[in-house]
Design a protein around this ligand. Structure first.
Ligand code: NI
Length: 219
């Protein structure tokens, strides 16, 4: 999941900048009302983001529709996988990333809802409890360039998981972290934000994505 940038770019008139060469570079990301305004993206940050996004599978890739399998071994390769996910998420300016988005069918996700938080990895996460209270907010996805849709989800969740060392975790989250966790667990089940919106919103989103792709490929 991703946050912050598209709204800021629109406000700042960044769309007048020359389009970057990468077809993924035009990704528009989520606007969170309470997200801090990120600093302007310098060329180096943009380049790093584009390089990271090139590793992220996009809509149309069947792996995004697959269900990931539970992790059984908490070994060094798992820790390397988590480290790589954290780095790619960071470089792509995302707030969450699921292993399936990198083509790895493991039930692993990483997230960091706010810059001041530390990175959290959840292995084999299970939502144990969801609040009855629902909350709607705009979400973006690193796998869906140009798309941001309003998604309604439980405002709070309690999740049981393990960390990359196999230690048990129980996490109670509300607001943005709860949203990110649910978005990423959806990925592990092959579910995308497009599946959680109305038919009209989905059509609108697909149009936005096509436009983003056309803009990118027009360079
Ligand atoms: Ni996503």
């Amino acid at each position: 999941m991703s946050t912050g940038e598209s709204a800021r770019e629109r406000q700042a008139g960044f769309e007048e900048l020359p389009s970057p060469v990468s077809e993924d570079a035009d990704v528009e990301v989520e606007r969170e009302q309470d997200a801090p305004e990120p600093a302007e993206l310098d060329a180096e940050t943009r380049e790093r983001r584009d390089r990271a996004l090139a590793h992220v599978r996009k809509l149309g890739d069947p792996v995004l529709r697959a269900s990931a399998v539970p992790v059984e071994r908490f070994d060094e390769p798992l820790r390397r996988e988590v480290e790589r996910m954290g780095k790619l998420m960071h470089d792509a300016l995302g707030v969450g990333l699921a292993a399936t988005q990198l083509g790895v069918l493991h039930r692993v996700l990483v997230y960091r809802a706010y810059p001041e938080d530390s990175l959290t990895a959840l292995v084999n996460p299970v939502i144990e409890w969801r609040s009855d209270e629902l909350e709607a907010a705009e979400e973006g996805c690193l796998s869906l360039p140009g798309v941001h849709v309003e998604v309604e989800r439980p405002a709070s969740v309690r999740v049981r998981a393990r960390d990359e060392h196999g230690e048990e975790l129980e996490i109670e989250a509300e607001g943005l972290p709860a949203r990110v966790i649910q978005h990423e667990i959806d990925h592990l089940d092959g579910v995308l934000i497009l599946d959680r919106v109305s038919r009209e919103a989905r059509k609108e989103a697909m149009r936005a994505m096509r436009e983003a792709q056309e803009t990118a490929s027009a360079v």
